[in-house]
Design a protein around this ligand. Sequence first.
Ligand code: URA
Length: 267
Amino acid sequence: MNRRASVLREMGLAPVWRLRDAPGATVDSPPAESATSAAVAGDLEPVAAVAAAPASEPAVLPARTAVLPTAPPLVAPARVATEDMDWAALEAAIGACRACPLHERRTMAVPGVGDRAADWLFVGEGPGAEEDLRGEPFVGQAGKLLDAMLAAIGLARGRNVYIANAVKCRPPGNRTPEASEMAACQPYLERQIALLQPRIIVALGRPAAQTLLGGEVKINAARGRLFDRAGIPVVVTYHPAYLLRNPQDKAKAWEDLCFARAALAPR
Ligand code: URA
């Protein structure tokens, strides 16, 4: 079994796709890019994992929908001015931030990690216990799954990928960040996006989607739609921690990542 197939197996997804009218073709065979285009065009059909999805979930990827989400933040915070910051100033500001109560219990702030010239930006919710200790996002169990998800579409942490969170300090007990906390942290994420200028942003879970798109977002309704954030496409998928609890939805996350890959904006 090649590396790609073993990665998909690790995600709980193997075997997943085969080309229509090409019996025997599996994830082992087509090059990544052509597999994606085919998936979007509906030329791939799912086998085991996807076939198990409920009939109400179409296996082919839904048509793109352009939505203008530039709604204001959920609440109006006292805004940290990040507009002129370079990476070093931004990370220093995050490390010293006291804009919301989350700073009181953090060990370390967790600014983000990865390739600062990346095409891909993945945005999670907020650091957990391990991330709080190490200062790096997604280093726990959910991070291992995220790494497998990246590998499944030919990506790797630190190589053409940047990973950040909606909030940079750990919410106590890993609770969901409050809207006011996400709003307070939003200038940091906005500056990260401005510095990176990624070709695609993947929102991992609801809090990330809400901070990126503004207002209420329901994951199941937002999946398969292409949002626009000031010219940068945004795709919404499940958070890896959710997928650890609900492995039956991993196949849908795989669809979402293929959809995102097909939606990369031109440079
Ligand atoms: N979950 C997240 O959303 N972010 C992390 O960094 C770790 C777990």
